[in-house]
Write a protein that binds this ligand. Sequence first.
Ligand code: SAH
Length: 243
Amino acid sequence: MSGSLAIAGLGPGAESLITPEVSAALAAATVVLGYGPYVARIAPRPGLRLIPSDNREELERARHALELAAGGERVVVVSSGDPGVFAMAAAIFEAVEAAPEFADLDISVLPGITAMLAAAAALGAPLGHDFCAINLSDNLKPWDLIEKRLRLAAEADFAMAFYNPRSRARPEGFARVLEILREACGPERLISFARAVTTPDQHLLTVTLAEARPAMADMRTVVLLGNSATRRVGRWLLTPRSA
Ligand code: SAH
Protein backbone atom coordinates (compact mmCIF):
# COMPACT_ATOMS: atom_id res chain seq x y z
CA MET A 1 0.00 0.00 0.00
CA SER A 2 1.36 3.43 -0.90
CA GLY A 3 0.89 6.43 1.35
CA SER A 4 0.98 10.10 0.56
CA LEU A 5 3.14 13.15 1.09
CA ALA A 6 1.77 16.67 1.59
CA ILE A 7 4.19 19.59 1.76
CA ALA A 8 2.26 22.11 3.82
CA GLY A 9 2.67 25.76 4.79
CA LEU A 10 1.69 26.68 8.37
CA GLY A 11 1.49 30.41 7.62
CA PRO A 12 3.38 33.13 9.51
CA GLY A 13 2.25 32.23 13.02
CA ALA A 14 -1.41 32.93 13.79
CA GLU A 15 -3.61 29.82 13.97
CA SER A 16 -6.32 31.62 12.03
CA LEU A 17 -3.98 31.91 9.03
CA ILE A 18 -3.56 28.14 8.61
CA THR A 19 -5.69 27.15 5.62
CA PRO A 20 -8.51 24.60 6.09
CA GLU A 21 -6.75 22.39 3.52
CA VAL A 22 -3.60 22.25 5.66
CA SER A 23 -5.63 21.60 8.84
CA ALA A 24 -7.35 18.67 7.09
CA ALA A 25 -4.02 17.21 5.96
CA LEU A 26 -2.63 17.49 9.50
CA ALA A 27 -5.78 15.86 10.96
CA ALA A 28 -5.32 12.88 8.59
CA ALA A 29 -1.53 12.60 8.99
CA THR A 30 0.27 9.64 10.56
CA VAL A 31 3.68 11.37 10.51
CA VAL A 32 4.72 15.05 10.55
CA LEU A 33 8.29 16.10 9.74
CA GLY A 34 9.91 19.52 9.76
CA TYR A 35 12.27 21.96 11.40
CA GLY A 36 11.89 21.68 15.20
CA PRO A 37 10.09 24.99 15.93
CA TYR A 38 7.56 24.32 13.14
CA VAL A 39 6.83 20.76 14.30
CA ALA A 40 6.36 22.20 17.81
CA ARG A 41 3.30 24.05 16.45
CA ILE A 42 1.52 20.71 15.80
CA ALA A 43 -0.61 19.36 18.66
CA PRO A 44 0.40 15.78 19.57
CA ARG A 45 -2.32 13.09 19.39
CA PRO A 46 -2.44 9.29 19.45
CA GLY A 47 -1.56 7.82 16.05
CA LEU A 48 0.59 10.78 15.02
CA ARG A 49 4.39 10.60 15.03
CA LEU A 50 6.21 13.96 15.20
CA ILE A 51 9.75 14.01 13.74
CA PRO A 52 11.52 17.34 14.31
CA SER A 53 14.95 17.97 12.77
CA ASP A 54 17.53 20.69 12.38
CA ASN A 55 17.05 23.36 9.71
CA ARG A 56 20.27 22.40 7.93
CA GLU A 57 19.05 18.86 7.29
CA GLU A 58 16.49 19.63 4.60
CA LEU A 59 17.57 17.08 1.97
CA GLU A 60 17.80 14.26 4.51
CA ARG A 61 14.38 15.24 5.86
CA ALA A 62 12.99 15.23 2.31
CA ARG A 63 14.41 11.79 1.62
CA HIS A 64 13.09 10.45 4.93
CA ALA A 65 9.61 11.86 4.16
CA LEU A 66 9.60 10.20 0.73
CA GLU A 67 10.63 6.84 2.22
CA LEU A 68 7.90 7.02 4.86
CA ALA A 69 5.27 7.87 2.23
CA ALA A 70 6.48 5.02 0.01
CA GLY A 71 6.10 2.73 3.05
CA GLY A 72 2.41 3.61 3.40
CA GLU A 73 2.40 6.52 5.87
CA ARG A 74 0.31 9.67 5.42
CA VAL A 75 3.17 12.12 5.72
CA VAL A 76 3.00 15.89 6.13
CA VAL A 77 6.18 17.95 5.84
CA VAL A 78 5.62 21.34 7.44
CA SER A 79 7.21 24.70 6.61
CA SER A 80 6.40 28.09 8.04
CA GLY A 81 4.64 30.49 5.68
CA ASP A 82 4.40 28.94 2.23
CA PRO A 83 6.28 25.71 1.49
CA GLY A 84 7.36 27.02 -1.92
CA VAL A 85 9.01 30.18 -0.57
CA PHE A 86 12.57 29.40 0.61
CA ALA A 87 11.27 26.20 2.18
CA MET A 88 10.66 22.47 1.80
CA ALA A 89 8.82 22.12 -1.53
CA ALA A 90 11.97 22.62 -3.60
CA ALA A 91 13.96 20.33 -1.29
CA ILE A 92 11.39 17.54 -1.78
CA PHE A 93 11.50 17.81 -5.57
CA GLU A 94 15.32 17.94 -5.52
CA ALA A 95 15.16 14.65 -3.60
CA VAL A 96 12.68 13.21 -6.12
CA GLU A 97 14.97 14.26 -8.97
CA ALA A 98 17.83 12.38 -7.31
CA ALA A 99 15.65 9.30 -6.64
CA PRO A 100 13.16 8.99 -9.51
CA GLU A 101 11.61 5.84 -7.98
CA PHE A 102 9.59 8.30 -5.83
CA ALA A 103 8.23 10.29 -8.79
CA ASP A 104 4.92 8.35 -8.90
CA LEU A 105 4.11 8.89 -5.21
CA ASP A 106 0.97 10.83 -4.25
CA ILE A 107 2.67 14.20 -3.54
CA SER A 108 0.85 17.49 -3.06
CA VAL A 109 1.99 21.01 -2.19
CA LEU A 110 -0.44 22.89 0.10
CA PRO A 111 0.14 26.65 -0.05
CA GLY A 112 0.32 28.94 2.96
CA ILE A 113 0.52 32.65 3.67
CA THR A 114 4.13 33.66 3.28
CA ALA A 115 5.84 36.11 5.67
CA MET A 116 6.16 38.94 3.16
CA LEU A 117 2.43 38.96 2.43
CA ALA A 118 1.48 38.88 6.11
CA ALA A 119 3.99 41.71 6.75
CA ALA A 120 2.77 43.73 3.78
CA ALA A 121 -0.81 43.39 5.00
CA ALA A 122 0.16 44.66 8.46
CA LEU A 123 1.92 47.68 6.92
CA GLY A 124 -0.72 48.66 4.32
CA ALA A 125 0.31 48.16 0.68
CA PRO A 126 4.13 48.34 0.45
CA LEU A 127 4.11 45.57 -2.19
CA GLY A 128 1.21 47.18 -4.05
CA HIS A 129 2.86 46.86 -7.44
CA ASP A 130 5.83 44.95 -8.98
CA PHE A 131 8.11 43.38 -6.39
CA CYS A 132 10.63 40.60 -5.92
CA ALA A 133 11.68 38.38 -3.02
CA ILE A 134 15.32 37.67 -2.23
CA ASN A 135 16.69 35.16 0.27
CA LEU A 136 19.72 36.81 1.92
CA SER A 137 21.11 33.51 3.20
CA ASP A 138 24.26 32.38 1.44
CA ASN A 139 24.05 28.84 2.83
CA LEU A 140 23.15 27.43 -0.59
CA LYS A 141 24.20 30.14 -3.08
CA PRO A 142 27.26 32.37 -3.46
CA TRP A 143 27.22 35.83 -1.84
CA ASP A 144 28.15 37.45 -5.20
CA LEU A 145 24.83 36.31 -6.65
CA ILE A 146 22.95 37.99 -3.79
CA GLU A 147 24.77 41.28 -4.43
CA LYS A 148 24.11 41.05 -8.18
CA ARG A 149 20.37 40.46 -7.66
CA LEU A 150 20.16 43.34 -5.17
CA ARG A 151 21.78 45.77 -7.60
CA LEU A 152 19.73 44.69 -10.62
CA ALA A 153 16.45 44.70 -8.66
CA ALA A 154 17.29 48.21 -7.40
CA GLU A 155 18.04 49.33 -10.95
CA ALA A 156 14.68 47.94 -12.10
CA ASP A 157 13.02 49.85 -9.21
CA PHE A 158 11.31 46.79 -7.75
CA ALA A 159 9.94 46.91 -4.23
CA MET A 160 11.71 44.03 -2.45
CA ALA A 161 11.15 41.54 0.32
CA PHE A 162 14.18 40.06 2.08
CA TYR A 163 14.00 36.73 3.87
CA ASN A 164 16.64 35.36 6.27
CA PRO A 165 18.19 38.82 6.68
CA ARG A 166 20.55 37.99 9.53
CA SER A 167 22.02 35.01 11.27
CA ARG A 168 24.66 34.47 13.90
CA ALA A 169 26.70 32.69 11.21
CA ARG A 170 26.70 35.82 8.98
CA PRO A 171 26.44 38.94 11.18
CA GLU A 172 28.21 41.18 8.62
CA GLY A 173 26.14 40.20 5.56
CA PHE A 174 23.12 42.36 6.30
CA ALA A 175 25.26 45.46 7.00
CA ARG A 176 26.68 45.00 3.50
CA VAL A 177 23.15 44.66 2.08
CA LEU A 178 22.15 47.98 3.66
CA GLU A 179 25.28 49.65 2.20
CA ILE A 180 24.49 48.39 -1.29
CA LEU A 181 20.87 49.53 -1.01
CA ARG A 182 21.85 53.01 0.23
CA GLU A 183 24.20 53.32 -2.72
CA ALA A 184 21.65 52.03 -5.26
CA CYS A 185 18.42 53.57 -3.88
CA GLY A 186 19.53 56.67 -1.97
CA PRO A 187 19.18 57.50 1.75
CA GLU A 188 15.49 58.52 1.68
CA ARG A 189 14.09 55.16 0.49
CA LEU A 190 11.66 53.60 2.99
CA ILE A 191 12.48 50.25 4.55
CA SER A 192 10.31 48.25 6.97
CA PHE A 193 11.36 45.67 9.51
CA ALA A 194 8.51 43.28 10.28
CA ARG A 195 9.31 40.89 13.12
CA ALA A 196 7.32 37.81 14.18
CA VAL A 197 4.35 38.96 12.14
CA THR A 198 0.90 37.71 13.32
CA THR A 199 2.35 36.36 16.59
CA PRO A 200 2.10 37.98 20.06
CA ASP A 201 5.72 39.20 19.52
CA GLN A 202 4.87 41.14 16.33
CA HIS A 203 6.90 44.35 15.92
CA LEU A 204 6.79 46.71 12.93
CA LEU A 205 9.29 49.49 12.25
CA THR A 206 9.56 51.71 9.16
CA VAL A 207 12.57 54.02 8.69
CA THR A 208 14.60 55.50 5.82
CA LEU A 209 17.68 53.70 4.50
CA ALA A 210 19.76 56.46 6.14
CA GLU A 211 18.30 55.45 9.51
CA ALA A 212 18.35 51.68 8.97
CA ARG A 213 20.71 49.64 11.18
CA PRO A 214 21.65 45.95 10.90
CA ALA A 215 20.43 45.28 14.44
CA MET A 216 16.88 46.17 13.37
CA ALA A 217 16.63 42.70 11.76
CA ASP A 218 17.03 39.20 13.15
CA MET A 219 16.09 35.76 11.85
CA ARG A 220 12.41 36.30 12.76
CA THR A 221 12.27 39.47 10.65
CA VAL A 222 11.20 39.90 7.05
CA VAL A 223 12.45 43.18 5.59
CA LEU A 224 10.43 45.10 2.99
CA LEU A 225 12.03 47.82 0.87
CA GLY A 226 9.84 50.28 -0.97
CA ASN A 227 10.41 51.32 -4.56
CA SER A 228 11.10 54.95 -5.53
CA ALA A 229 7.38 55.85 -5.32
CA THR A 230 6.62 54.18 -1.97
CA ARG A 231 5.34 56.68 0.59
CA ARG A 232 3.57 56.98 3.91
CA VAL A 233 -0.18 57.53 3.99
CA GLY A 234 -0.97 58.30 7.63
CA ARG A 235 0.25 55.24 9.54
CA TRP A 236 0.23 53.09 6.39
CA LEU A 237 2.68 52.45 3.53
CA LEU A 238 1.62 52.77 -0.09
CA THR A 239 3.35 51.63 -3.25
CA PRO A 240 0.92 52.96 -5.83
CA ARG A 241 -0.39 50.83 -8.67
CA SER A 242 1.17 53.17 -11.25
CA ALA A 243 4.73 52.75 -9.93
N1 SAH B 1 8.57 29.57 3.99
C1 SAH B 1 8.63 30.76 4.83
C2 SAH B 1 10.01 31.40 4.80
C3 SAH B 1 11.11 30.54 5.39
S1 SAH B 1 12.66 31.36 5.44
C4 SAH B 1 7.55 31.75 4.39
O1 SAH B 1 6.94 31.54 3.32
O2 SAH B 1 7.30 32.72 5.11
C5 SAH B 1 12.64 32.01 7.10
C6 SAH B 1 12.50 33.53 7.07
O3 SAH B 1 11.13 33.87 6.83
C7 SAH B 1 12.84 34.26 8.35
O4 SAH B 1 14.25 34.48 8.48
C8 SAH B 1 12.10 35.57 8.16
O5 SAH B 1 12.79 36.40 7.24
C9 SAH B 1 10.83 35.09 7.46
N2 SAH B 1 9.70 34.85 8.38
C10 SAH B 1 9.06 33.70 8.59
N3 SAH B 1 8.02 33.88 9.45
C11 SAH B 1 8.00 35.19 9.76
C12 SAH B 1 7.16 36.00 10.59
N4 SAH B 1 6.11 35.50 11.26
N5 SAH B 1 7.44 37.32 10.67
C13 SAH B 1 8.48 37.85 10.00
N6 SAH B 1 9.30 37.12 9.20
C14 SAH B 1 9.07 35.81 9.09
